[in-house]
Design a protein around this ligand. Structure first.
Ligand code: ATP
Length: 237
């Protein structure tokens, strides 16, 4: 059974039809990527799945349960965590305070402490910088903090919205290594990217979204060998 399943999702912003019947499945333990150009509807899809935007039609199932009408808090509690585009860390708060905010659904201080230690083990740099003000971190460090904060609720699935945005190639490489490690440690990852090359290198399966519709899907090997994907998203002619 898929961990997350979407059936024919339609989303409107007033008269704008941003998603036109999107269906997809994410298996437990996998890295699934969604690639697409600016305005294809990638962020809209993530926001709908995490309960921030309501769909006009279609169904969302998480762990076999219909969550289409659930509030975002409830969805987080069920084990879905969303790291938004543009990181959106709290720039006035320290690294550690940002992490504590990420654990807002947990009331248990011991669990918060052990989750902090777990993310520090994954990102030792954040431990060194625990008292540094978030806004003074570099772009790559802020992205690490955003991902670490997303892990603080100990989710089963982590949504990452364009983690490579605005970062230099070497930093992107290191962020993608962290994503692989997080997946190895048992988290399912739904990775939304414009950087198709990097995303297809680490994912098991991919979907290409074009103007609100899935244009092609398949194993990453299949997508890498698809002429249209190569031309439009990988820049290979
Ligand atoms: P990007 O990579 O640029 O973030 P995206 O693939 O994530 O693009 P979305 O942000 O989901 O795309 O946008 C999909 C479509 O919906 C676009 O045409 C966009 O202009 C429109 N849209 C997004 N948010 C709103 C909004 N709040 N009100 C009206 N239209 C919106």
């Amino acid at each position: 059974m898929a961990l997350l399943k979407i059936d024919n999702l339609v989303v409107h912003y007033g008269k704008i039809n941003a998603l036109k019947g999107v269906s997809l499945e994410i298996d437990e333990g996998s890295i699934v990527t969604l690639i697409g150009a600016n305005g294809a509807g990638k962020t809209t899809l993530l926001n709908t799945l995490s309960g921030v935007i309501k769909s006009t039609e279609g169904k969302i199932y998480f762990k076999g349960e219909d969550i289409t009408d659930y509030h975002s808090d409830h969805i987080v509690r069920m084990g879905l965590s969303h790291v938004p585009e543009g990181r959106k860390i709290f720039s006035e708060l320290t690294v550690e305070e940002n992490l504590i905010v990420g654990a807002y659904i947990l009331n248990d201080k011991t669990r918060i402490k052990s989750n902090i230690e777990r993310v520090y083990a994954l990102f030792p740099l954040l431990k060194e910088r625990r008292k540094q003000i978030g806004g003074t971190l570099s772009g790559g460090e802020q992205q690490m903090l955003a991902i670490a904060r997303g892990l603080m609720s100990d989710p089963d699935i982590l949504f990452l919205d364009e983690p490579s945005l605005g970062l230099a190639p070497l930093i992107i490489e290191s962020i993608f290594n962290f994503i692989k490690e997080i997946n190895k440690q048992g988290k399912t990852v739904f990775l939304v990217e414009q950087n198709a090359y990097m995303a297809l290198r680490i994912a098991n399966y991919g979907y290409v979204l074009e103007t609100g519709k899935v244009f092609v899907e398949g194993t990453t090997e299949k997508l890498m060998n698809n002429d249209q994907v190569r031309k439009a998203y990988l820049g290979i002619v």
